[in-house]
Design a protein around this ligand. Structure first.
Ligand code: DGL
Length: 281
């Protein structure tokens, strides 16, 4: 099994792309709805909750877990991989959603030396919309800067978006909030139009159209789900030891919250009805 983890519903946008790309691959989803949102939490809190979520997925027989949550990946992943995973769970691995996005921005996969001829030129100015914790971690500017130091990266925290999306607020309520964050980002850029923007939270693909409507024409809007699906395929080709044996099983959905209301809203994120089971320790 491959585990997919998020603080709540957002990771379902990623799971949906993963299932569409490989319908026979067995997935287990865990949303930590009881503790969502992670965005306003402290670094220590996010680390502790993410380790706990991954432990729960390992206990469900997953050898590989995808953190389908930028906040968890930005704040906790490096520390988990360095200080916890190798001794607590040798032979298991955890991947994040940031690297596939950084690859898309810099047009260069990590394992490749330089850009290949068919890649588009990299954007010069990139705006990142993300949760307050992801912005504070500095992960997007740091990782983009390592690979493409000439790219200007401007970040905008969007503290109100995840709670509204988790509640299932209608577009009419969310649109002015998105317009406000877009205006703040453009103001930071002092009139310059970004070449591309990153929707750096797995909840945001659900309101991608609202971002596109609020941005000046011609700005490329980069969403993670399909990028992560491509990147997972690539990873499993290079690391067949993590490829699940057997297949054909429908995904299973777990939550730390109340299963019934979570299942009702989750259908919107996953694109079809989903029955959640409450995970008891
Ligand atoms: N969907 C998550 C992300 O990608 C987390 C949102 C939150 O819990 O604040 O950042």
């Amino acid at each position: 099994m491959i585990g997919v983890f998020d603080s709540g519903h957002g990771g379902l946008t990623v799971l949906r792309a993963l299932v569409e790309a490989a319908p026979d691959r067995p997935f287990v989803y865990l949303g930590d709805h009881a503790a969502a949102p992670y965005g306003p939490r402290s670094e220590e809190d996010i680390y502790r909750l993410t380790v706990q979520g991954v432990e729960r997925l390992f206990a469900q027989d997953c050898r590989l877990v995808v953190l389908a949550c930028n906040t968890a990946a930005a704040v906790a992943l490096r520390r988990m991989q360095r200080t916890w995973l190798p001794h607590a769970h040798p032979g298991r691995n955890v991947l994040g959603v940031l690297v596939p996005m950084v690859e898309a921005i810099t047009r260069v996969p990590w394992m490749q030396e330089g850009p290949s001829a068919d890649w588009l030129p990299e954007p010069r100015t990139v705006g990142v919309f993300a949760t307050p914790a992801t912005v504070a971690s500095g992960s997007f500017p740091r990782e983009i800067g390592k690979r493409a130091p000439d790219v200007r990266v401007v970040q905008q925290a969007c503290p109100d978006l995840v709670p509204l999306i988790e509640q299932g607020a209608p577009d009419a309520v969310i649109a002015p909030v998105v317009r406000g964050y877009v205006a703040c980002l453009l103001e930071q850029l002092g009139g310059e139009t970004p070449d591309a923007v990153v929707l750096g939270c797995t909840h945001y693909p659900l309101v991608a159209r609202l971002f596109a409507d609020a941005l000046p024409a011609g700005v490329e809007v980069l969403c993670q789900p399909s990028l992560v699906a491509k990147s997972l395929d690539n990873y499993l080709e290079r690391h067949p030891e993590y490829a699940p044996r057997g297949g054909g099983a429908a995904p299973r959905f777990f939550t730390t919250g109340a299963a019934e209301p979570v299942g009702v809203l989750a259908g919107r994120f996953f694109g079809r009805p989903t029955a959640f089971e409450r995970l008891h320790q």
